[in-house]
Design a protein around this ligand. Structure first.
Ligand code: SF4
Ligand code: SF4
Ligand code: SF4
Length: 187
């Protein structure tokens, strides 16, 4: 029964992780490979988030239904760290604000009006809580430093362009993926 059901679920996309560009787990999340097994879907993280950054996924997300996700284009994470404090299972680990790595901000220089020389927008720089560390200006153009970017998405939310010229890539979410990349690089 189970072996018949799994291919069907996969075909329907119900086994595909909801994590992707600008769609991120809350701060401190364990790797995505174990997230759905560890999260008991208690909803406490979403309840405590006063910014309503966290949405609880509905039944359309299959095995991921009931787990928390943040769409930073809609509402970014303000790094108050309350969700991390209330998670009863350690699915959100107790990390400091600076240690948060929800993803990495990446600027599309062909899209950004400042990089294109069309305007002097610096909204992403202005809204970043780690200004001059995670993001700085180089000849008035924004540049990200991956050593300090938390992936909070405030810059994405603030970017006035559609589509956004800055996006968060979930580069740290998948342990297997990053391990495979590391192994490939070591060959
Ligand atoms: S850190 Fe604060 S703002 Fe960010 S998701 Fe958790 S509760 Fe919400
Ligand atoms: S508080 Fe923790 S266990 Fe509860 S839904 Fe959020 S991530 Fe899952
Ligand atoms: S560059 Fe963007 S995602 Fe990174 S810390 Fe600053 S506001 Fe957050």
């Amino acid at each position: 029964m189970g072996s018949l059901l799994l291919p069907r679920l996969a075909h329907a996309g119900l086994l595909k992780s909801p994590v992707g560009i600008n769609h991120l787990r809350p701060p401190g999340a364990v790797p995505e490979e174990i997230f759905p097994a560890k999260c008991i879907r208690c909803g406490r993280c979403a309840e405590i988030c006063s910014y309503r950054s966290i949405r609880v996924l509905d039944i359309r997300y299959g095995v991921y239904a009931g787990t928390p996700l943040i769409n930073v284009e809609e509402v970014p994470c303000y790094l108050c760290m309350k969700c991390v404090d209330v998670c009863p299972t350690g699915t959100l680990r107790r990390v400091s604000q600076e240690e948060v790595r929800m993803g990495l901000a990446v600027i599309n220089r062909r899209q950004c009006v400042t990089w294109r020389g069309l305007a002097l927008c610096r909204t992403c720089y202005n809204v970043c809580p780690f200004k001059e560390k995670a993001i700085h200006l180089d000849q008035l153009r924004p540049v990200i430093d991956e050593r300090f970017c938390t992936g909070c998405g405030l810059c994405v939310h603030g970017c006035p362009l559609t589509p956004k010229a800055i996006n968060i890539e979930p580069v740290y979410a998948f342990e297997r993926k990053s391990r495979d990349v590391r192994e490939e690089e070591a060959l």
